[in-house]
Write a protein that binds this ligand. Structure first.
Ligand code: GCW
Length: 660
């Protein structure tokens, strides 16, 4: 019998010890009445009840003490926690620091760390740590693989206990900003900034505020036309400017503490400044000025490219687009504009180079956008722990300056000394019982938050924490599951598209193979395979994309001999007979990696089956079902990719395996 309506993911607080001595909470300089402090203490109560069967008491006597002290020497939203036999002291300079400190204590207690061994000082790496929902108001979720929206249904909004739990999960990993609606703003969603929805948005905003989270909305750039009855939405038109100013005044009055707008303009059919011969900077700055009086910000997406390309055209390169559209206006974006840049120049593929716009801009606020919704990485059916990929992105040296030049430096604000900086993820949640479709996909949800708060954490540390908090199992089983997570991205990459070329997915759906699915389409996503080789020439002899990087990256990417092999086909058209560093030819690598990837997917499924006795039976069954689908998917990929390239190249597999 299922008592709960939804799972508690990593906040299950399973019993770790029998020491059920009660706790007294003392607050110095923070008020227990403060909404965030109040939530923190309530959470602490939940935690110690679950972990120890203990409670919070006002009595002295034989109790542990959690003492919360205001300490202005601690960084914004940071904390310091120090335990001793009699309890724990938590220091913070603000309320978010208090709640993050409490969650940190609970993480330690959950990992069975003794009170006297608790000692941690933390400050967020990134000022903005955001989730982007692609939830539509009819309840559907664009690229959602975990059920329907838990905010919207039938063009209306809902707030309930589940929303509160959602806010708890987000605060527990340090998220401080959430955009609740899809960046493709149409129909009813355009009205989220009107009286029709203000009351409900405010209700949701209040719940978020209890957990130190600011609410943001995606807006429709054509709102002046659709809501205001204006003829145009030209960002330099006086009427349009006045409309956005009045609208923003209203929004911030109705929603005190509101964060600002997220904007997808001139992208995939969305309206934008280009219609009027204006620039992206014109659009962003006009909105920024409208929200500036209220401390609001404009998050402007850089996912702008020509999506009506002709596959015959070898000059136009989608990868170039972000840099080409945004770089020239570096320094012209207003202070409260932040450009949101996808990690790669294409679109959340399993392997892409890092977007050259990150660090290409040196005078502009930048927010890194990643996707934990597994649109191109297995739909939360296939296991694909993405934190190792995000670490690669963060660690990438852009060479934009002599020091502090990694993506982590840029998006944290260290490179330029700016305050408006951070990371955002397209979220992978929905109203499924377990929130993320595949129970194991919650590792990406947890992991993104933890990483955005502390970019120094390793993929393994994060995986271990998540496993320990989520499951109640022995050390050997924890090791096994952690290992499965850590290998999973590489396995997925092996059985799907090779060496950075990307795509080859079933069009529109984006799950399962279709090697030529997008080859003759308008989307600019080609692999250019012929009977001699495969890959896109993006060197100076091709589209010139490699030149968008600083040296030495530009030269390395430009030269197939120096190009990192995992990106070889992204940057170069390579013959099947090309020798890789391993000594394998390219075609043999394609065969080998696909056979290996499929075999390793089967091994993952077997590893999961070996955990049957230590995992809750419902969780076990849900995940096992997904591994079966993953194995079938991996087989399909293996056989379609291998057959396709065998037929193109007419070169046999050296190992004589079955190719169709
Ligand atoms: O990759 C594409 C997705 C679209 C998405 C778009 C974007 C929200 O297929 O579904 O639209 O990216 O990032 O705007």
């Amino acid at each position: 019998m299922k008592a709960q309506k939804w799972s508690q993911m990593w906040l299950g607080y399973h019993r770790v010890s029998k020491d059920n001595k009660n706790w007294k909470v003392i607050c110095n300089d923070f008020s227990k009445e403060d909404r965030v402090v109040n939530s923190a203490i309530a959470e602490f109560a939940k935690g110690i009840k679950g972990y120890f069967g203990a409670g919070i008491t006002e009595d002295d006597g034989d109790v542990y003490v959690l003492e919360i002290i205001k300490d202005t020497s601690i960084a914004n939203e940071g904390y310091s926690i120090k335990g001793e036999k009699s309890g724990v002291t938590l220091r913070a300079s603000d309320e978010n620091g208090v709640i993050y400190g409490v969650f940190a204590i609970l993480r330690k207690l959950g990992a069975r760390i003794r009170l006297e061994d608790i000692c941690e000082k933390a400050a967020p790496s990134n000022p903005l740590r955001m989730m982007n929902h692609w939830d539509n108001m009819d309840g559907s979720i664009e690229r959602g693989y975990s059920g329907e929206s838990f905010f919207f249904e039938n063009d209306d909004m809902y707030v309930d206990e589940r929303t509160v739990d959602y806010a708890r999960f987000m605060a527990s990993v340090g998220i401080n900003g959430i955009v609740i609606n899809n960046v493709n703003v149409k129909g009813a969603a355009t009205y989220l900034i009107t009286d029709r929805f203000f009351d409900k948005v405010k209700e949701l905003q209040d719940i978020f505020a209890d957990y130190g989270i600011k609410l943001y909305l995606s807006i429709n750039f054509a709102a002046p036309i659709e809501l205001g009855g204006l003829e145009v939405c030209d960002p330099l038109d006086e009427g349009v400017i006045a409309w956005w100013q009045a609208k923003s005044k209203e929004v911030f009055e109705k929603l005190p503490g509101f964060g600002g707008y997220l904007v997808k303009a001139d992208s995939e059919g969305r309206p934008g400044p280009f219609t009027y011969g204006r620039t992206q900077a014109d659009g962003a700055n006009m909105l920024a000025d409208a929200v500036a009086p209220y401390g609001g910000i404009i998050i402007w997406r850089c996912f702008v490219y020509n999506c009506t390309q002709d596959w015959r055209d070898y000059k136009t390169d989608r990868a170039r687009a972000g840099y080409d559209y945004f770089k020239d206006f570096d320094g012209e974006y207003h202070d409260n504009v932040i450009l949101q840049i996808k990690n790669g120049p294409m679109d959340f593929q399993i392997r892409e180079p890092i977007s050259p716009l990150l660090g290409g801009l040196t005078k502009t606020n930048q927010l890194l956008e990643v996707q934990i919704a597994q649109e191109y990485t297995g739909h939360q059916i296939d296991l694909c722990y993405l934190i190792p990929m995000f670490k690669e992105v963060l660690d990438f040296r852009t060479y934009c300056s002599e020091e502090n030049d990694t993506v982590a430096d840029i998006v944290s604000g260290r490179t330029m000394g700016n305050k408006l900086a951070g990371m955002a993820a397209v979220i992978n949640t929905g109203n499924d019982f377990n929130w993320t479709g595949n129970d194991l996909a919650a590792a990406n949800l947890y992991g993104f938050g933890r990483l955005a708060y502390n970019t120094e954490l390793s993929s393994e540390e994060i995986a271990r924490e998540w496993v320990a908090l989520t499951f109640d199992m022995d050390k050997a089983s924890e090791d096994k599951l952690t290992d499965m997570l850590l290998k999973s991205r590489e396995i997925y990459e092996k059985y799907t598209s090779p060496l950075g070329i990307g795509w080859m997915v079933t069009p529109h759906v984006h799950y399962g193979p279709s090697v030529d699915g997008y080859e003759y389409s308008r989307w600019g996503t080609y692999h250019r395979a012929d009977h001699k080789g495969i890959g896109v020439d993006r060197s100076d002899k091709g589209t010139g994309y490699a030149q968008q990087y600083y040296e030495p990256n530009a030269s390395a990417y430009n030269d197939p001999e120096k190009c990192p092999e995992e990106l070889l086909l992204f940057f170069h058209h390579i013959p099947y007979t090309w020798k890789l560093k391993s000594g394998q030819t390219l075609i043999q690598y394609i065969y080998d990696s696909h056979f290996e990837g499929e075999a390793e997917a089967e091994q993952l499924a077997a590893d999961w089956n070996s955990l049957k006795d230590v995992v809750d039976s419902e969780v076990f069954a849900r995940v096992a079902e997904r591994f079966e689908l993953q194995v079938a998917n991996a087989k399909e990929w293996r056989d379609q990719v291998n057959s396709y390239f065998f037929r193109k190249s007419d070169i046999a597999d050296e190992k004589g395996r079955k190719i169709y």
